[in-house]
Every structure is written in structure tokens, then in C-alpha cells.
Write a protein that binds this ligand. Sequence first.
Ligand code: UN1
Length: 500
Amino acid sequence: MTLDTLLGSLHLDPARLKAGAQPVRSPIDGAEVARVEFDTGQSLDAKIARAAAAFAAWRQVPAPRRGELIRLFGEELRAHKEALGRLVTLESGKILQEGLGEVQEMIDICDFAVGLSRQLYGLTIASERPGHRMMETWHPLGVCAVISAFNFPVAVWSWNFALAIVCGDPVLWKPSEKTPLTAFACQRLFERAAERLGGALPVLSQVVVGGREIGERLADDARVALVSATGSCRMGHALAPRVAGRFGRLLLELGGNNGMIVAPSADLELAVRAILFSAVGTAGQRCTSLRRLIVHTSVRETLVGRLKGAYGQVAVGSPLDAGTLMGPLVDQAAFEAMQEALRRAAGEGGQVSGGERLLARDYPDAWYVRPAIVEMPRQTETVCEETFAPILYVMAYDDFGEAIRLHNAVPQGLSSCVFTNDVREAEAFLSAEGSDCGIANVNIGPSGAEIGGAFGGEKETGGGREAGSDAWRAYMRRATNTVNYSKELPLAQGITFGAG
Ligand code: UN1
């Protein structure tokens, strides 16, 4: 299928995607796939104004009706899953199965949001005063800006978008400048859903294309009620103080440095499969990718031996080919960051296997690598940093308490897991003294979370929660209401004031 046919099947006009000044390249071969135009301060300003106007209208629409729009959007996604999944692969370089999986994640969150649109529940609270009723009501919050990353170009946006729309908030979406095409495709599919709903709908979704400066303008603009940003800790450090400075609401999903503890009782067969999927899958470019393996001394040699065997077999190649398990890194900068991390780890005493560039002759402008395993003498400075690449650092432990301490001794706190068949260890890992991450699993890897749970993490990961559970509350404002239906005016705290 040619690119133009693919774009056409997603209702995009290929000619319009070639007219801009900014090249978009596919990580598969480095070829230019589009030229897009960046937004200017002026065009951004107009989009924010349009979103603010849309908010005034959309917040009055009953939530189940808002849910109907997301139901129709989910139908569009179902009908276009194959094409959109392929475009995700083309733009991000993840294998086709993962591209399709990402679209499935969007469909799932749409279903979740449709149900949610009838369940934006508040509490009724017992009042201490006679003839009074207390309750909480949840109202739409305002314009939401979603800043998303190249590695999950559509799913992470959809977690925010589907919830924000049913919660009554218009969305401005700044995708990674590396992956604008998938954003345009989603925008078109959403517009089709809106057309099907009928009636004069306000402009609920707009794509904003640009780099850091556009992100900063969104962060600074008081008309933007919530900034939900996914990316590196460095990006979060730059963005968060600006939003906090104007008391805007933040939802941060920043770096992870996800660990797995493998205990002596672990099912090693299961562990190897989980490690492969979470450390090698998506070329180590998930925020939930496995980066640190903390293995009991007694099973270390066996496990590392099996892993090295499995790593040697990983089919690296074009993500469009059916047999490929690992596609390319996103760009040259990602490759260089990986090589630099490997050099530094070696300097700290690490024994590196893998990590070298592959397929350079077939793809001189793309960055394929062999995934790397690095056996570390201890958890060094380099191990404590997130490098967005397929590097797995391996460390040993003797005592389970020590393993948990090591596990938690990094600045990030997104996802984590333990492989054990010892119920005490499993429960200890999930307890208050266990993993300090937002996601903690037993006998499954740290990546590939389902949308039904709240997704996000602690410490430098930023504290935000997206997707399932009660993450919707981030997109609404809570009002506490007290109603007096008596003929008296009793004061709380037993106060008598004036005549009483
Ligand atoms: C991300 O990498 O930003 O849990 C999100 C997972 C996916 C989402 C990853 N469901 O790996």
C-alpha cells in the first residue's frame, strides 16, 4: 500500500500534507513522508480562543450525550483500525502488532468513556446540621491541552481525549513534532464522528503542531485549565513550574525506570518471556519499558544465560514485516543517547552484550540496533537515568529487603514488578513498604497496562493518573454543596453568632 493510499483511506488529503516547511521522517528508513506547517503564536492564540468558546457551549451538553460522541468516535476507530495502526507504525517505527494494539487501546478507552459518561458520580455527605444536605457535584473543568510523545502517538492522547470530552472539556492536542500525521488522522476520524452526531457542535478538538515554544505557550496561557503532558522528566521540569506558576492544573506522565525483581522461586520461563516483551518490545521506547533487572544471586547465571540466548534470536528489522519483533529507534539522537549510556555503563564496570547498530547498509538513514544487556556490579548513576532505548541493566541481590531498597533507589516511580511464587514476597512487594511505583505487578512485566486501571507514577514520573479507575476527576472540577431546607440557620462547629 502506498503512503498516499494509506492517508486517503484515513480521509486525509496527501497533497495538503506535503505543502509545509517541516519535514516528517519515518524511522523505518529515514525517508521523508510529509512536510507540515508549525503553528505560530498567532494561530495558536486563535485555536485557544476557539476552544474556550467551545467550552462555554459543551459544558451545557448532558454528559451521556457527550458520551454518544465518543461512542461514534470509537466506531470510526474500529472501522479504521488497520489503517491507523499502519500509520502509527510508519511514523513511530513500532511493529505493526504494536501499532494495532495501540489503536485497540484507543477503542477500549472510548468504550470506557462511554460508560463513564453516565457515571460521573459525586458523593452525598451526612451533614452535621439538621435540615441540611451536603453533596459533591462534578463540573467540566475547561480547555485541556494534551502534549503527547512520539512513542505512543495516539493511545496516550486518546486516554486524555475520550475522558476530557465526556467530562465536558474541549481539547487542544500538541503531538510530538515527529508524529503529526497520526494526529491529523485522529482529528479527521473525530470530525467524522462529530458529523454523524449531527447538530452544530462546537470545535472540540484541535491539533497544534510545533516544538518546545508551542508547549510553553500552552503552559503559560490562563485559558488552558489543564495541561496533561507525557514525555521526559526534563520536559516536565521545564513545563511544570510554568503551569504551577499560574495555578493551572497539571497531569504529568514523565520518565520511568522500571524494575523487575526475580526471586529464587520465580517461574523463569515466564520471566524470560515477560522480560523480552517489556525490555525489547517497542525497541525499549515505552515509558513502561523494563530497564532494571534485580535478580537473586542463586538464579542470576541461569536467567542471564537464557536471556542472552533469547536476545540473540530477536528478529530486528522493518516493523512492517510480519516476523519482526523489534523495529528501529526513533532517530539518530536516540541511537547516540543509547551508545553514550552503554559507554558510561561500561566505564562504571558494566559488561555489555549487544547494543551495536544493525542493518546500516539496508537502511543508512535509519537506526536499528541489537538490544543490549548490561551486567552491572551495582546500581550506578547511569542505571538511575532513563535512556529511551533497549538497554537492560542486570543487578544481583541476596536478601529480598535489599532488592526492594535497590528497586526504589531511583528518582522515577512509574511501573514495577516481582516474579515470585512466594506469597510473602509478592505481598511485601505490593505493601506500603514495597514498590514505590504507581504500577506494581506480580508475575507480569511492567509494560502493557490495561486501560481499566489508573496509569501513572510517583516521584519524578510526576504523580499524574490517566485512563481508567477515577482518573476522570482530573478533567473536572469538584464543588461541595450544602443545601439548607430548614427554617433555621444553624452554624457548623456549634458557633452562635449574634442573635442566634
Ligand atoms: C507510554 O509509553 O507512554 O502500559 C504508555 C503500557 C502501554 C502504555 C505506555 N499501555 O505499556
